[in-house]
Design a protein around this ligand. Structure first.
Ligand code: IPM
Ligand code: MN
Length: 351
């Protein structure tokens, strides 16, 4: 457990309560160890990813994280900022495949900024490459010769593209068998390699339909016909941007969970960040964290029944009208983080 910064600890503690409830119901013993990361770790240890934290993660079966980031360290050098802790952890775990499901939840049509007929039927998974591209490419530097210059590098190898493409195609085979690969192949070399490689890998998955979209046009399709996506496959930064958009169209980024897999130890975290504006007030939406715990049970522990029990309980709580502040319409009442956690727990039953 890495609760992290901002609303991280608040939402993570609800995910823990849900896991404990599932453990009691299904007869599993869950061994949790708590460790620091991000701004919280900088304050204690002067490093955003203390060695003890990475070692503990590598020795565990899975990692559940709250959120990382703290405006207090905005002026720190890139490699010592809170976010560097998260990026170092992703890399340390070899978690190259980031799955971000975004679907319309029961009863939440009204929370979406889109019209019912546009959002109806939306159910997609964004498969975001997590260890390449601009986030990790070298060289990266800032140079000061009077007119300061900053450089980041977008870089991908065929091997990196191939392995993430296979994750997307295999996932699509268990869903509606459609992959939309997102790139900027009209401008970028990286994207041309991306497109060629994805096309080649698609040959191994003849039962899956493949389409390509430029990222700008994809951003538009996401709001104009979100239900047309099944699996969206994309590089690191495009996936970062499009997943926030997907969160908004299904009602709130607070709902989105993610699984970062590919290494021996999986990392599970809500897609939302630290939300410093509401941190400490007990009103954050814990569902992204709770649903991340469900993904953890599914992917790291192969406990599909237990994962579905959590997902069904979340659906039932939302269908019953339970709303945190991010989901409530103006004038509508809302519950606290803890009450939402409780609303889920009280709906978890054996399935
Ligand atoms: C996310 C976040 C992170 C990212 C930040 C906190 C480094 O925005 O998980 O989407 O950019 O990957
Ligand atoms: Mn993001």
């Amino acid at each position: 457990m890495l609760p992290g910064d901002g609303i991280g600890p608040e939402v993570a503690s609800q995910a823990v309560r849900v896991l404990e409830a599932v453990g009691r119901l299904f007869g599993h013993e869950i061994n949790l160890g708590f460790h620091s990361i991000g701004g919280e770790a900088i304050r204690g240890d002067e490093h955003p990813l203390p060695k003890a934290t990475l070692d503990a993660c590598l020795e565990s079966d899975a990692v559940l994280l709250g959120a990382v980031g703290d405006p207090a360290f905005d002026n720190y050098p890139t490699n010592l900022r809170p976010e560097a802790g998260l990026l170092g952890l992703r890399r340390g775990l070899g978690a190259f495949a980031n799955l971000r499901p975004a679907r319309l939840f029961p009863g939440l049509v009204e929370a979406s900024p889109l019209k019912r007929e546009v959002i109806d039927g939306t159910d997609m998974v964004i498969v975001r490459e997590l260890l390449g591209g601009l986030y990790f490419g070298e060289p990266r530097f800032v140079k000061d010769d009077g007119d300061r210059e900053a450089v980041n590098t977008m870089r991908y190898t065929e091997t990196e593209i191939e392995r993430i493409a296979r994750v997307a195609f295999e996932l699509a085979q268990r869903r509606r068998r459609k992959v939309t690969s997102v790139d900027k192949a009209n401008v970028l070399e990286c994207s041309r390699l991306w497109r060629e490689t994805v096309k080649r890998i698609a040959g191994d998955y003849p039962d899956v339909q493949l389409e390509h979209q430029y990222v700008d046009s994809c951003a538009m399709s996401l709001v104009s016909r979100p239900a047309s996506f099944d699996v969206m496959l994309t590089e690191n930064m495009f996936g970062d941007i499009l997943s926030d958009e997907a969160g908004a169209i299904v009602g709130s980024l607070g709902l989105l969970a993610s699984a970062s897999i590919g290494g021996r130890v999986g990392l599970y975290e809500p897609v939302h960040g630290t939300a410093p504006d509401i941190a400490g007030r007990g009103i954050a939406n814990p569902l992204g964290a709770i649903l991340s715990a469900a993904l953890m049970l599914r992917y790291s522990f192969k406990l599909e029944t237990e994962a579905v029990a959590i997902e069904n309980a979340v659906d039932a709580a939302l269908a019953a009208g339970v709303r945190t502040s991010d989901l409530a319409r103006s004038g509508e009442g809302f519950v606290t983080t803890e009450q939402m956690g409780q609303a889920v727990i009280s709906r978890i039953t054996g399935v």
